[in-house]
Design a protein around this ligand. Structure first.
Ligand SMILES: [Zn+2]
Length: 167
């Protein structure tokens, strides 16, 4: 069996049988008999082994004449799927939730599951700043809000947002 993606046919088949969500966005499968393509996690009936074919992305599947599945909305990934954007958004969410804590590039990259070098590079590509600078801007923004809205003095606020740490 031929595979047009970075994964082996058997691995993808296995992912489809198990509706494995981890492969969503990494490949798509189409069913030759119905001409519909799905995400790996789609809950529709598993096609016959001989009727399945795989695509690297949704655009390829459409180009080959497949129609997107309504159930798993496989076509939406055409516009929304960008693995780098996902990583950046995940990082931003993490920073926003944990900005009070000590966060280093290494600890952040570890949380997200990528290398520090890679994270720093795509951050700069997408946002024009390093993760550290971004974290700083969250803290500064938060400080401004606190200064405007609370009776805390600036040193207290400084500690609250993690700008000052008692290292
Ligand atoms: Zn589907």
């Amino acid at each position: 069996m031929k595979s047009n993606t970075q994964f082996s046919f058997e691995l993808m088949w296995d992912a489809v049988v198990k509706c494995d969500k981890r492969y969503d966005g990494k490949f798509f499968y189409a069913v030759k008999t119905t001409g519909i393509f799905c995400r790996p996690s789609c809950k529709s009936k598993t096609p016959k082994y001989n009727n399945i074919c795989f695509f690297e992305n949704a655009a390829d599947a459409i180009q080959q004449g497949s129609r997107p599945c309504k159930r798993c909305q496989s076509e939406l990934s055409i516009v929304t799927f960008d693995p780098q954007q996902d990583i950046v958004e995940e990082s931003i969410n993490y920073l926003k939730q944990h900005y009070r804590e000590t966060i280093t590039l290494n600890s952040l990259a570890f949380k997200i599951g990528v290398s520090p070098y890679y994270l720093s590079r795509i951050f700069k590509e997408k946002l024009g700043v390093t993760p550290h600078k971004y974290l700083e801007s969250i803290r500064i923004h938060r400080t401004q809000q606190l200064l405007l809205n609370t009776v805390h003095n600036s040193t207290e606020i400084c500690f609250q947002v993690g700008l000052c740490s008692a290292k």
